[in-house]
Design a protein around this ligand. Structure first.
Ligand code: IPM
Ligand code: MN
Length: 368
């Protein structure tokens, strides 16, 4: 029997509530597919910080490195100044565990949840590969003359050839897999049957960011030409990308982009797939410890009410199993989510699902 030790960080706000449901569904899948999952819970987050003034103990990263995967609820607390927990926990783990890919599938399961007129599940099914260790997120920069009328703030985007190349290769590989290679991640048999073309879109801003995206673009075409001639290369500026998400989302297959652009376009992506209630992502280190999370925040105003939608966390659990190589179990969770969403759920929004948080977990577990 395959067994996995999973680190769990419920985190802030509604994080622990949604993670509980994800574990409920993971356990149901584990029973069905004879997998063993053991969980170790960590209490990192705003409450611990307010109690101890410690964001992440120094031993934490080394400890988490021992796990193949981390399941994360949410980070962000209304009583803690923005940036402290996000940078101190989420970004620190992404960086120190070298989770250099942030993988965000954008897939619509039911037309009812799409805010775009005339778009359905056949139109919205793509994946964003967001670079997750560099760009404007590294914290390079600083102030001069802070607090005076002459103050200057500089925040620089870091783009390394190595960081860009490993991200591009991951994205090209994914585009290839979606068409028909090994079934991870995100391969959809319908795509294969439909003969859907493997296409990788580089989302950038080559018309203004003429250093950073010049490097991205050159690496993109060099690697693509040499190693991935079977993948169609496509380019879109980031502003145009947001327009296409709304106008022609069916254009996209796999999109690769830098850290900040990826952050921004995936919130829009989440909206066209039905909202934060369903959007999941994985912070991937292909050879190390990866971390899976619902991409929405900690939703403090809903905390403890049992109204938050756990489907995004459940889908994060599904991505985790997929990544661990348990593709069959992961596929079964996705099917159970689709069935639940199509047959039962009234709305994906908090408080409007027609069921409580734990009932939605029960429904998915039962559908399994
Ligand atoms: C996300 C979040 C984070 C990010 C924040 C909380 C730092 O918005 O995961 O997309 O910007 O990456
Ligand atoms: Mn974000």
């Amino acid at each position: 029997m395959n067994s996995y030790n999973i680190a769990v960080i419920g985190g802030d706000g509604t994080g622990p509530e949604v993670v509980r449901e994800a574990i409920k569904v993971l356990d149901a899948a584990a029973r069905k597919f004879s997998i063993r999952l053991d969980y170790t819970h960590f209490d990192f987050g705003g409450d611990r910080y307010l109690r101890t003034r410690e964001v992440l103990p120094d031993s934490a990263v080394a400890e988490l490195r021992q796990f193949p995967a981390i399941l994360l609820g949410a980070i962000g607390h209304p009583d803690v100044k923005p940036g402290i927990l996000e940078k101190g926990i989420l970004l620190r783990l992404r960086f120190e565990l070298e989770q250099y890919i942030n993988l965000r599938p954008v897939k619509l399961y039911d037309q009812r949840f799409c805010p775009l007129r005339d778009k359905g599940p056949q139109d919205i099914d793509f994946v964003v590969v967001r670079e997750n260790n560099e760009g404007l997120y590294t914290g390079v920069g600083g102030f001069v003359f802070k607090g005076t009328p002459n103050e200057v703030a500089v925040q620089e985007s870091v783009n390394t050839r190595r960081g860009i190349e490993r991200c591009l290769r991951f994205a090209f590989d994914l585009a290839r897999k979606r068409r028909g290679g090994a079934p991870w991640p995100g391969l959809k048999s319908d795509d294969v049957a439909a003969g859907r073309k493997a296409q990788l879109t580089l989302c950038g801003k080559t018309n203004v960011l003429t250093y950073a995206f010049d490097l991205w673009e050159r690496a993109f075409h060099q690697i693509g030409q040499k190693n991935y001639p079977d993948i169609k290369r496509d380019y879109a500026h980031v502003d145009a990308t947001t327009m296409w998400f709304v106008k022609n989302p069916e254009w996209f297959d796999v999109i690769v982009t830098d850290n900040l652009f990826g952050d921004i376009i995936t919130d829009l992506g989440a909206m066209i797939q039905g909202g934060m209630g369903i959007a999941a992502g994985g912070n991937i280190n292909p050879t190390g410890t990866s971390m899976f999370e619902p991409i929405g925040g900690s939703a403090p105003k809903y905390t403890g009410l049992g109204v938050i939608n756990p489907l995004a966390a459940i889908c994060a659990g599904q991505m985790m199993l997929d990544f661990l190589g348990e593709t069959e179990a992961a596929g079964a969770i996705e099917k159970a989510v689709i069935r639940t969403v199509v047959e039962k759920i009234k709305s994906l929004a908090a408080g409007k699902m027609g069921y409580s948080t734990s009932q939605v977990g029960d429904l998915v577990a039962a559908a399994l």
